[in-house]
Design a protein around this ligand. Structure first.
Ligand SMILES: [Zn+2]
Length: 237
């Protein structure tokens, strides 16, 4: 993102990033109906960057565009969430194996920093910071695995996973996840790669249960909430 974050960043990139943040940080609820007009007015931009931003967010899995109905923040069914976790398990276990083979020290340093930040966030009741530190813990293997195809595959789902962490977990489950992170690190440091990948696998599949107990997709898209968006406010420099 660094190359896009300077003053010359295009408006579309900024609108995309603002809406992504609104979904990830819970300013928008899963399943919310999004009106291009309302978003454009709220953000103080024209409709075309909003339309382009929604298309990019659709590619990232964060928005569902339904013909004749409009755009909605994604709202996974239980089956979607289970499939997502199975996919994560496959990708993340392989990435961890590669990362430990190729960049062991860097991987462990990044995992430990994220695990400690997540623990500190839990102690301060900083729910969103805990969710973002969880993102970082799981990103550590990706960033160090050295395989761009795995990284791209993970990017297909990382926004959804980050949003589920913010929307579908609570402090007790965040604390349990945090403890599991330290167990994974301990096994890696002890050289028990099989034990660590088993623990990571179990950790990810448990998330499927933790994230699935909330409401499922409404049967009719028109019942979706239409948020006022007032809290999002105009796009600032
Ligand atoms: Zn985790």
């Amino acid at each position: 993102m660094a190359k896009d974050s300077g003053p010359r960043a295009s408006l579309t990139v900024r609108v995309t990033e603002r809406l992504r943040r609104a979904i990830l940080d819970g300013e928008l609820e899963l399943g919310d109906a999004l009106s291009e007009d309302k978003l454009a007015t709220t953000l103080g931009v024209s409709r075309s960057p909003v339309r382009e931003a929604l298309a990019t967010l659709e590619q990232q899995g964060l928005i569902d565009v339904r013909p004749q109905r409009g755009s909605f923040v994604f709202l996974p069914t239980r089956e979607d969430t289970e499939n997502l976790c199975e996919f994560r398990r496959t990708i993340e276990v392989d990435a961890l194996r590669l990362a430990m083979g190729r960049r062991r020290a860097e991987t462990l340093t990044a995992m430990k920093a994220a695990a400690e930040d997540m623990q500190a966030a839990w102690e301060e009741d900083a729910y969103l910071r805990s969710a973002r530190a969880d993102d970082q813990f799981h990103a550590a293997a990706m960033e160090n695995c050295g395989n761009p195809y795995l990284v791209n595959a993970y990017r297909l789902v990382s926004g959804k996973v980050a949003a589920l962490r913010s929307h579908r977990s609570n402090l007790p489950t965040r604390n349990q996840a945090s403890k599991e992170h330290f167990i994974i690190i301990d096994k890696l440091e002890a050289g028990d790669l099989a034990g660590a990948t088993n623990a990571l696998s179990a950790h990810i599949l448990k998330m499927a249960e933790r994230y699935s107990h909330e409401p499922v997709r409404p049967s009719n898209g028109r019942t979706a909430r239409s948020p006022t968006l007032d809290h999002i406010g105009p796009l600032l420099d």
